[in-house]
Design a protein around this ligand. Structure first.
Ligand code: ATP
Ligand code: MG
Length: 201
């Protein structure tokens, strides 16, 4: 089994997340993609984000029409900031160590990977897929230097369709009363409207 992991705040989930996950799934012949909404530490005032159950629900609604997509609440159940290292360990326990895990991330985060908690163990045990847009070059030399052989074997790159969508932009649009059609699935738009999300703050 090969499982792709798409982590994020998903506040809200949008077509950028979904299209990227689908492209990765096909290109790396993954059996499924697991979307894992991140918890936010309760003590940080700058992180006033939408209720985690609502983020979980929107993620579930958005992924329902794709039989290869599913959603996990393991980081929400753990509360506070989750280390990817802990999440991957938990997933290996659930799916068995023979299951290969592919963590999907924006290529810009690749530069920081060496500073992640238990970075070397993480890159030894899991795969990383760095997504970039066409024409954007990623400097791999630092990552190669730090992780050595493991980088060559376990860190991959993929060019995904450029979708200039961010959750920040969507939240702003809603606050300004602008349309978010074609940025999020209809079910997500309906959920946001029904629950009056993002209208102020
Ligand atoms: P925010 O604007 O609140 O930061 P976001 O749109 O960046 O939200 P996140 O939940 O922070 O969404 O992102 C989760 C993951 O999805 C990250 O790995 C991020 O790099 C990736 N991602 C976000 N937007 C896009 C997009 N338009 N295309 C491809 N990947 C994306
Ligand atoms: Mg972001």
């Amino acid at each position: 089994m090969k499982i792709g992991i798409m982590g994020g705040t998903f506040d809200p989930i949008h077509f950028g997340h979904l299209a990227t996950a689908e492209a990765v799934r096909e290109n790396f012949s993954l059996d499924e993609i697991l979307f894992i909404p991140a918890a936010r530490p309760p003590h940080k005032s700058e992180n006033i984000v939408t209720d985690e159950n609502q983020r979980l629900e929107m993620t579930t609604l958005a992924t329902r029409s794709n039989k290869f997509f599913s959603v996990s609440d393991i980081e929400l159940r753990r509360k506070g900031l989750s280390y990817t290292f802990d999440t991957m360990n938990e997933l290996h326990k659930i799916f068995g160590n023979a299951t290969e895990l592919f963590f999907i991330m924006g290529a810009d985060s690749l530069a920081d990977l060496s500073k992640w908690h238990e970075a070397r163990k993480l890159v030894d045990k899991c795969h990383f897929i760095a997504t970039t847009r066409q024409g954007v070059d990623v400097d791999f030399s630092e990552v190669k230097k730090f992780f050595g052989d493991a980088a060559t074997k376990h860190i991959h790159r993929i060019v995904t369709p450029a979708l200039e969508i961010s959750s920040t932009d969507i939240r702003q649009k809603i606050r300004r009363g602008l349309s978010i059609k074609y940025l999020v699935p209809d079910v997500v738009e309906e959920y946001i409207t029904a629950h009056g999300l993002y209208r102020e703050n």
